[in-house]
Design a protein around this ligand. Structure first.
Ligand SMILES: [Zn+2]
Length: 137
């Protein structure tokens, strides 16, 4: 396997392991019903990509919020909404909007040279629905 494939394979496995070792939402935050994440991406590298997507996490999902970058060449993308979601939950807030810039490397050549970050723009909108039932804490 060439180096690039090895790095991508390892990154893929790391993410998978990372997700697997996270707890289920219902086990850590039983008072949460649903977390909806709406995303809008824009990438203006060699090719221009724009896309939108929605991620819905229910109680049965893992408490894991790393978001895959839309730039297929990106290496070590760091898009993650875990801090935002933790802070919403701490204050029992329901909505948050914001922007993030991917700090991964734009592609393998840039990764080797360590000279250009991916810079995919991600607009996010998080919505958390809590249980109305006060007995569930
Ligand atoms: Zn990226």
């Amino acid at each position: 396997m060439i180096d690039e494939q090895k790095i991508r394979q390892k990154e893929f496995e790391n993410r998978l392991n990372d997700e697997q070792c996270k707890p289920f939402i219902k086990d850590v935050f039983p008072f949460i019903d649903k977390i909806t994440i709406r995303l809008k991406f824009q990438y203006t590298g060699a090719m221009e990509i724009e896309n939108g997507q929605q991620i819905i996490k229910t109680r049965e999902d893992k408490f894991y919020f790393r978001i895959p970058c839309i730039n297929p060449e990106c290496i070590y993308s760091d898009l993650n909404l875990i801090n935002e979601i933790n802070s919403l939950i701490n204050f029992r807030e329901t909505n948050m909007n914001g922007k993030k810039l991917c700090n991964g490397w734009q592609d393998y050549v840039r990764y080797k040279a360590k000279n250009y970050h991916c810079q995919t723009h991600m607009d996010y909108e998080i919505e958390i629905k809590y249980h109305n039932d006060e007995n569930i804490k």
